[in-house]
Design a binder for this molecule. Structure first.
Ligand SMILES: *[C@@H]1O[C@H](CO)[C@@H](O)[C@H](O)[C@H]1NC(C)=O
Ligand SMILES: *[C@@H]1O[C@H](CO)[C@@H](O)[C@H](O)[C@H]1NC(C)=O
Ligand SMILES: *[C@@H]1O[C@H](CO)[C@@H](O)[C@H](O)[C@H]1NC(C)=O
Ligand SMILES: *[C@@H]1O[C@H](CO)[C@@H](O)[C@H](O)[C@H]1NC(C)=O
Ligand SMILES: *[C@@H]1O[C@H](CO)[C@@H](O)[C@H](O)[C@H]1NC(C)=O
Ligand SMILES: [Zn+2]
Ligand SMILES: [Zn+2]
Length: 461
């Protein structure tokens, strides 16, 4: 920083105008580009990403369809919308799943690489000078999900696309081509770690844990080393990844990680809770968050799950489709503290009717829920308010969960699944939460102690 810039910054800070510590970055994810969109329209199918058993789209639109993955027109428009809304973010995180949900026999490694290349080119041309940090999703490999914990053509070819100015620096080549993970210091005192959590996904059969294989590509040991060093150096860390630990809030009992890997991930977050300032993940295509606790039951960390660009309706029962979404995260550049999340979206049904997507602001976490910031403590207060019958916070959260697509209400089992997924990333504790007779009404951890307090008094008396 030059002297005059520093001086200006200090003056602005003293005047309590905008301190330059206010940072902002885009999180965009799950494009799932379906290059066949509308190809077969005359025969009743409009996209290869329409899965057996799904209803037939009745009015496939120019900008996409809730039954299908994203057409190029929507993808292109999404990235231009990011540019129109915030052209100068500090950086962009892009957390994977680039290819469509189509059967393996219609895919091959060249198609995967072509699509990764198309999206890389688009982001580079629209944001030529912006720093971009990408990671892989489970659809960025052929056969899908089967990512090997070893060097391969996809890592090699993608490295050549991403090792360009403003993207991945040459000094992360070793970890990238061997395991597709890396770390970069993004500003003084703030470090980003790009993880390949596809290895922990139960659909990745080549990384299933065994007695001899407990750490695919050595990523856990490496991560612990990075966090330990960050702690020593007084740095704060953002973790980014695709497949999240814990449970899917819209599908009771559905988890993603192998149990052993879920445990290990949780242990690492607990141990370095003061170093990790944010976890930004995706894969579920929906908007949600997770809390992580210390031994006293205090929320000490959180994970923000960003919704997808693709509107694709999953075949998982009861989950449904979503509107395309993009998110801007606000943070303090010096402390790494998260200050707000602003979610933008396009109502796809309306876009097709109007002939243009019209991106709009969906909500600000701070404003919608009246929170001071996006810290773990604030998210804990938000979760507590979901059980307050005089608050409409849960109804708002549930609408935003599908990016304002599903306007139904969520009560009973539906609500229990939502609350327990947010609260318990640990598999045993999640099950206890689901089984608890009061889980729908009382999610605050402290409320679980009330019966014990009452019992203790009863005994004392
Ligand atoms: C529609 O089906 C007919 C008959 O199977 C086939 O010849 C034609 O190529 C199909 N059209 C498209 C666009 O897939
Ligand atoms: C992408 O979007 C931009 C901005 O709206 C537009 O100028 C351009 O023609 C679009 N390109 C494609 C291929 O749709
Ligand atoms: C994707 O890349 C391939 C190979 O470079 C190119 O032929 C194709 O036109 C690209 N598609 C889009 C939508 O840019
Ligand atoms: C990756 O690229 C390096 C350097 O070009 C080459 O030596 C290696 O054999 C490649 N590995 C694979 C699996 O393609
Ligand atoms: C429940 O929500 C209402 C309305 O927002 C609020 O006034 C009240 O303080 C809340 N109760 C608790 C226990 O937080
Ligand atoms: Zn996805
Ligand atoms: Zn995924």
């Amino acid at each position: 920083m030059g002297r005059s810039t520093l001086f200006t910054t200090l003056v602005l800070c003293v005047l309590a105008v905008h301190c330059s510590a206010d940072g902002v970055f885009w999180h965009v994810t799950d494009f799932h580009y379906d290059f066949t969109y509308l190809d077969g329209a005359e025969n009743g199918t409009i996209c290869d990403s329409q899965t057996a058993g799904q209803p037939t789209p009745n009015d496939p639109g120019e900008w996409g369809d809730y039954i299908c993955d994203a057409p190029w027109r929507l993808i292109n428009d999404t990235v231009y919308a990011m540019k129109a809304i915030q052209p100068n973010p500090d950086f962009i995180i892009w957390t994977g799943d680039d290819t469509p949900h189509i059967y393996n026999d219609k895919m091959n490694t060249d198609v995967v690489l072509t699509i990764i290349g198309n999206l890389t080119d688009l982001l580079r041309s629209v944001f030529p000078n912006t720093q971009v940090y990408p990671v892989f999703g489970n659809h960025d490999y052929h056969p899908k999900h089967q990512m090997p914990p070893a060097p391969n053509t996809v890592y090699n070819a993608t490295w050549n696309m991403w090792n360009v100015p403003s993207w991945l620096p040459s000094d992360v080549m070793n970890t990238f081509v061997n395991g597709a993970y890396y770390t970069v210091l993004i500003s003084p005192g703030l470090r980003l770690v790009g993880l390949n959590t596809v290895y922990y996904y139960t659909n990745d059969k080549v990384t299933a844990p065994t007695d001899d294989n407990t750490d695919p590509a050595g990523q856990f040991a490496w991560l612990e080393g990075v966090l330990q060093q960050a702690q020593t150096d007084n740095e704060k860390v953002f973790l980014i990844g695709h497949v999240p630990p814990g449970f899917f809030e819209r599908s009771k009992g559905k988890s993603w990680f192998y149990p052993e890997y879920n445990r290990r991930y949780l242990q690492i977050v607990a141990r370095y809770a003061d170093v990790i300032k944010g976890q930004f993940f995706a894969h579920q295509h929906l908007d949600s968050f997770r809390l992580f606790y210390d031994d006293q039951g205090r929320a000490v960390n959180s994970m923000l799950l960003a919704p997808a660009v693709t509107p694709w309706m999953t075949t998982l029962g009861g989950v449904g489709a979503n509107n395309p979404g993009i998110r801007l995260v606000s943070y303090d550049k010096t402390t790494g503290d998260l200050t707000d999340v602003n979610q933008y979206y396009s109502n796809l049904a309306l876009a097709n009717m109007q002939g243009s997507p019209l991106w709009g602001h969906e909500y600000s976490l701070k404003q919608a829920f009246n929170l001071p910031d996006a810290s773990p403590a604030s998210l804990q207060n938000l979760l507590d308010s979901f059980s307050n019958s005089s608050s409409d916070n849960f109804e708002k959260y549930y609408l935003y969960n599908s990016v304002s697509h599903d306007r139904s209400t969520c009560e009973g089992d539906c609500k229990v699944a939502q609350l327990c997924a947010i609260k318990e990333v640990d598999y045993d504790k999640y099950q206890e939460c689901i089984d608890a007779p009061s889980s729908g009404a009382n999610v605050a951890r402290v409320s679980m102690f009330i019966p014990f307090v009452v019992a203790a008094f009863a005994l004392a008396a």
